[in-house]
Design a protein around this ligand. Structure first.
Ligand code: FE2
Length: 275
């Protein structure tokens, strides 16, 4: 079975040795450099994944075409001081790393990714979002079960994610969990801008996700996991002494309609694909 058929059947693909350890290390180093330059005083934005409490402040809503920094939920103590170093307090960096930073741009448009996109028939796809997910040792929190299409909604549905393990990911440090074939379901919700400001999780289908058959996607550093936008997936907190950094980009079909209510807004004519 070729990659395209397997992806259609399974809702995800696991491609080992997709990036070299050196490429992974270079991306993590660059992430740390960006974080060190971040002056966080005054714009602490927490990234919470519990849907209804997801931060909807302006910093988050304006991050679509920027390099922005999001803290772990419990990063600050009661007096407003960081409990750990700035870098260790961050949950993720996003959402336009792939367009604004040369190191991330190169990783996001590598020869092997161009080839993969071709094999999957994504000639008309554009990269709309990128995130460096830090998942620090003992700090990185849970990511509740969700479908990526809820956050990058298009008509028709088209979102495809590429999740790159920059370090080994296993059950101890909070790897992804998903169910083979789990994408054969409908979109449950649409995270969108509300009239008058803020965001809302608009429910489209209240049927709970079936968690039966979810398996841990334990992968080695350098692995690429391709994720269908409708595939429910999640990750548990990192309870181990090892971090679990990952880089993710999300792509959509440029021919699909991208509503103005979507939380992430970009100048759509500026979006580029894998080239
Ligand atoms: Fe996701």
């Amino acid at each position: 079975m070729d990659k395209k058929d397997l992806f259609k059947q399974q809702g995800y693909l696991i491609l080992e040795n997709f990036n070299s350890p050196e490429q992974c290390d270079a991306l993590m180093k660059r992430g740390m450099e960006l974080a060190e330059k971040y002056d966080y005083k005054g714009h602490a934005s927490v990234f919470q994944t519990t849907e209804q409490t997801k931060t909807s402040d302006d910093y988050f809503l304006e991050s679509g075409d920027k390099i922005s920094f999001f803290f772990e939920k419990d990063a600050f103590d009661n007096s407003g001081q960081l409990k750990n170093s700035l870098f260790k307090s961050l949950n993720k960096i996003g959402h336009a790393l792939h367009d604004l930073d040369p190191v991330f741009n190169e990783f996001s448009r590598s020869p092997q990714l161009k080839k993969l996109a071709k094999e999957l028939g994504l000639d008309e796809y554009v990269i709309i979002q990128s995130m460096l997910i830090l998942k620090h040792a003992k700090i990185g929190g849970i990511v509740d079960v969700h479908q990526d299409s809820s956050f990058l909604y298009t008509e028709p549905e088209s979102c495809i994610g590429f999740w790159f393990a920059l370090e080994d990911a296993n059950t101890e440090n909070g790897c992804l969990w998903a169910k083979p074939g789990g994408h054969s379901t409908s979109l449950r919700s649409w995270f969108r801008r509300k009239h008058g400001g803020g965001t809302e999780m608009h429910m489209m289908n209240d049927v709970p996700y079936s968690m039966e058959g979810m398996i841990p996607l334990e992968v080695k550093k350098g692995t690429c996991i391709v994720l269908h936008g409708l595939l429910p997936h999640y990750s548990l907190p990192n309870t181990s002494g090892k971090s679990r950094q990952a880089y993710a980009i999300h792509t959509i079909d440029s021919k699909a309609d991208y509503p103005k209510q979507n939380w992430l807004q970009r100048n759509l004519s500026e979006l580029k694909g894998f080239n």
